[in-house]
Design a protein. Structure first.
Length: 437
């Protein structure tokens, strides 16, 4: 009895000690300083010899007065590089990560994956995403709430990855043929207004940050864009999401779903090609974000055999890309706001920012393209006061690139040398980087 009590006492002491020391780490206010040769703050200023003072996971101050740095703190010297805010990818599928397992097509790897295994594997995609300079993602569709698990593991510091804003199941219509023996209802299937309302509420109850609705056909090597949901169903989803203070993204490969999504009040329209002028005009007027995801079809073309698409996919995808680009060009010209979304899935993680190259092709300057992945992405998340810029009070998410991304967007795509997320260095590929700085 006594022994038991003694052992229990010791255990409690050990657990308490462990608990205390574990808690001390994030609570400790560690001030550090990062110096950049140039810094694009996404707020309209290009700094020369910028000093960013970081307190814990937040930016305390940005200054060009190097003497303003507090004495005796860690200094990370990136004066050879250009600093950017941590980038935001507004469309990912982090938990549809696959590897290069020999002989197993990527599509096959996605059939009933064990959630715990899939979330564990997805850490690799998360690291590659960080290495591309992406420190925040809006993840638009997962199974079995793997996205919620992954988001929470990252927020708890148990997994290293970008900050995730997730949707749980995307909503989609019944698209499985009738079977006498019945088809088990999959999460996210919702037909008609009442079911749509239920499905939106379910995602929010499960912990979703944002709602995703599939308003048309089209995915993988299928580039059809037939509208699936009706305007009334979209309107119901939008209103219910907004009632809970959540934003909603509506997927549409074709123009009809996009037209109804915009008029229903969606916060963003994903993918859409061939949008008519009236819809584009309406998007500009309402401030609806366009996330064209042009580059993901390039990825599918490059990797379709590995993924396991049936022959003929290359031609279909090849024909879709110019329509997508042309729609982006027209929308940009009309003043529609863009957010960068890669639609990264399978092995695409790490290629998240290639979309910016297409945006420049669509008529943006490199700076305008970078805005889609910073201030615009943050506003689409409703986090414009804490993400997407380098300024006091913002999260200490920083990227160092070698070269001038404002004159050549490829610098942001290919020359990421160092990444900080939440005040911690998560990527360091500098040559001769001193071990402890
Ligand atoms: Zn997607």
């Amino acid at each position: 009895m006594r022994w038991n009590r003694l052992i229990l006492g010791v255990l409690v002491a050990v657990v308490l000690a462990a608990h205390t020391s574990a808690q001390e780490k994030p609570a400790a206010k560690v001030v550090k300083v990062v110096r950049f040769g140039k810094l694009w703050d996404a707020k309209g200023k290009l700094w020369t010899n910028a000093t960013v003072v970081i307190d814990g996971n937040k930016i305390l101050n940005v200054t060009s007065d190097s003497s303003a740095a507090p004495a005796g703190v860690e200094v990370i010297d990136l004066s050879k590089y250009t600093g950017l805010p941590g980038l935001i990818d507004a469309h990912t599928h982090m938990t549809f990560y696959t590897d290069e397992t020999p002989g197993v097509p990527l599509l096959k790897q996605m059939i009933n994956p064990v959630p715990a295994v899939e979330v564990f594997l997805a850490r690799k995609g998360a690291l590659r995403t960080l290495a591309a300079g992406v420190t925040t993602v809006r993840d638009l569709g997962a199974d079995q709430y793997m996205d919620i698990a992954m988001r929470d593991l990252i927020n708890r510091g148990e997994m290293i990855g970008p900050r995730m804003f997730v949707c749980g199941y995307g909503l989609y219509i019944t698209a499985t043929p009738f079977k006498k023996e019945g088809t088990p209802p999959a999460g996210g299937i919702a037909d008609g207004v009442p079911e749509v309302l239920r499905a939106v509420r379910q995602q929010i109850a499960a912990g979703a940050d944002v709602i995703k609705m599939y308003g048309s056909t089209g995915t993988d090597d299928d580039v059809t864009g037939f509208e699936t949901y009706t305007f009334e169903e979209m309107k119901a989803a939008v209103d219910m999401a907004h009632q809970f203070g959540k934003k909603i993204a509506i997927h549409s490969y074709g123009p009809d779903g996009a037209r109804d999504a915009v008029r229903a009040g969606a916060d963003s329209v994903e993918h859409a090609t061939d949008m008519d002028d009236a819809t584009i005009h309406e998007m500009a007027k309402r401030g609806t974000y366009y996330v064209p995801t042009i580059d993901h079809n390039r990825y599918y073309i490059d990797n379709g055999d590995k993924i396991g698409y049936a022959p003929g996919y290359k031609e279909r995808l090849q024909a879709f890309i110019p329509r997508n680009l042309e729609t982006a060009r027209r929308a940009f010209k009309a003043g529609v706001k863009f957010a960068m979304g890669s639609d990264a899935i399978y092995t695409m993680f790490g290629e998240n920012t290639r979309e910016l190259g297409w945006f420049v092709k669509a008529g943006m300057t490199p700076e305008q393209a970078l805005q889609t992945a910073t201030v615009n992405g943050a506003a689409l998340l409703g986090k414009e006061k804490e993400l997407g810029a380098v300024a006091p009070g913002y999260f200490a998410d920083l990227v160092a690139v070698e070269g001038d991304p404002l004159s050549d967007i490829n610098v942001a795509l290919n020359n990421v040398k160092w990444v900080m997320k939440d005040g911690a260095v998560v990527v360091d590929r500098r040559q001769n980087a001193a071990a402890g700085h």
